[in-house]
Design a protein around this ligand. Structure first.
Ligand code: V47
Length: 389
């Protein structure tokens, strides 16, 4: 422990455990969150991170596709969802989705990250047709599609069990599930920020069912709104318990809350200190997760870069078109090129490694050259009201 300067004495027994690779208790998690000794917490997280991944920092070339922002859930935390007839409501026709996907392919994407609102009129078949159409056109691409919240909604509208819904998605071509919709599992918090969304228990059950049928998934935690530090720890411990059982989670992504344009806009944004500490504590508590992402879109590239020394081993992707955070006032760009991502990683003293969704290394040497993304306007949307389900 000679390299580590601890000013907060409460961290000493925790440091002993970390260095002995012992599991941390919920009380340890709380102490870490409460401590202002950010450098000691970060040092410990970095110790774990370097033991697992050395100097490597992963990134991927991906494209986000949000098929619709029409959503019946009306979560207070969200600035993206719209009622069908609200200004700015959109739903892409399938051809529009394929066109965006084709742009992604030209840019060298290996993953499409597909999530959207809970549309009142679109049938489950719209989503299945979309996935089949994407797989048929771009069989090489990993489709990371539909959060547990969407899965639950599709099960409801199609009157299928959760397992059958997931099986249909898998049959159509879904390769894994993104980690959204987890927010904070505790019911007190969900009641305030997303009272019509699935419960935390249900989110975890859907993740377990997905893992059971062989679909891997990610997990997130939305932090920096009305949750207590105890509720953050509870969230992390529930994910750790689930991972002990299924080993199906691929990566964990702490998501910093952006209040602008939401019904919670009076809440101040989390600080940089909180963001770094949350990444570090996540790395320390989630001892059975391989990967912790610093999602640059929400953290800003600057903080995400620093997070690579505080437990994170992945910067996520090139993204290209991002709506969920930008509707909530994010001032980050919507796109970083692979060259920019590599520069950020190298400048943090790490070694950039391009990965696919499941963290297999990508070798570009035998692939065709890639094009930069086109300048994007508002796109040609099909107004939600013109769709017949
Ligand atoms: O579920 C919504 C969050 C999530 C806001 O799996 C907001 O690889 C902040 O899940 N401020 C979607 N956050 C994003 C997501 C994600 C991102 C990157 C990678 C992966 C992955 C998943 O964004 C939602 C919600 O938790 N969100 N509104 C807001 N105003």
């Amino acid at each position: 422990m000679s390299d580590l300067q601890i000013t907060d004495a409460r961290l000493r027994p925790i440091a002993q455990k970390v260095l002995a690779s012992e599991r941390l208790s919920p009380e340890d998690g709380l102490t870490l969150f409460q401590s202002h000794d950010l450098l000691a917490v970060g040092w410990l997280a970095n110790h774990v991170r370097e033991k697992r991944h050395g100097d490597i920092c992963y990134f991927n070339v991906n494209r986000h596709i949000n098929p619709t922002n029409v959503c019946v859930a009306h979560c207070k935390l969200c600035a993206f969802g719209r009622s069908p007839d609200s200004p700015g409501a959109y739903t892409f026709a399938l051809e529009e989705i394929y066109a965006r996907a084709a742009e992604g392919i030209a840019e060298g994407a290996t993953e499409f990250h597909i999530v959207g609102g809970l549309h009142p009129d679109l049938p489950f078949d719209y989503y299945l047709d979309m996935i089949r159409g994407l797989k048929q056109r771009f069989p090489q691409i990993h489709l990371k599609a539909f959060t547990a919240v969407e899965v639950h909604y599709y099960a409801r509208i199609s009157k299928l069990s959760l397992k059958d819904t997931l099986l249909k998605m898998k049959e159509a071509g879904v390769d894994s599930l993104p980690g959204g919709g987890a927010e904070i599992f505790h019911p007190r918090v969900r009641k305030i920020i997303c009272d019509h969304k699935v419960s935390g228990q249900m989110w975890l059950q859907i993740a377990r069912t997905a893992h059971e049928i062989g679909l891997r998934s990610n997990a997130t935690m939305l932090f920096g709104h009305v949750e207590t530090l105890e509720e953050r720890v509870d969230h992390l411990v529930k994910l750790r318990e689930t991972q002990d059982k299924t080993h199906g989670f691929v990566a964990f992504i702490p998501l910093e809350f952006h209040p602008a344009n939401t019904a919670l806009s009076h809440i101040p944004k989390p600080t940089g200190m909180d963001a770094l500490k949350t990444i570090a504590v996540s790395r320390l508590m989630l001892d059975n997760f391989d990967h912790i992402k610093a999602y640059w879109i929400m953290l800003t590239p600057r903080i995400a870069q620093i997070a690579l020394g505080f437990g994170a081993n992945d910067l996520d992707g090139t993204v290209v078109e991002e709506k969920i955070y930008h509707d909530a006032g994010a001032t980050t760009p919507e796109h970083l090129t692979r060259v920019e991502l590599e520069r950020l990683i190298r400048a943090a003293g790490r070694v950039p490694v391009e990965r696919d969704t499941l963290y297999n290394r990508i070798d570009r040497s035998n692939m065709p050259p890639v094009a930069p993304p086109p300048a994007r306007g508002t796109g040609s949307f099909v107004p939600a009201s013109s769709l017949t389900a």
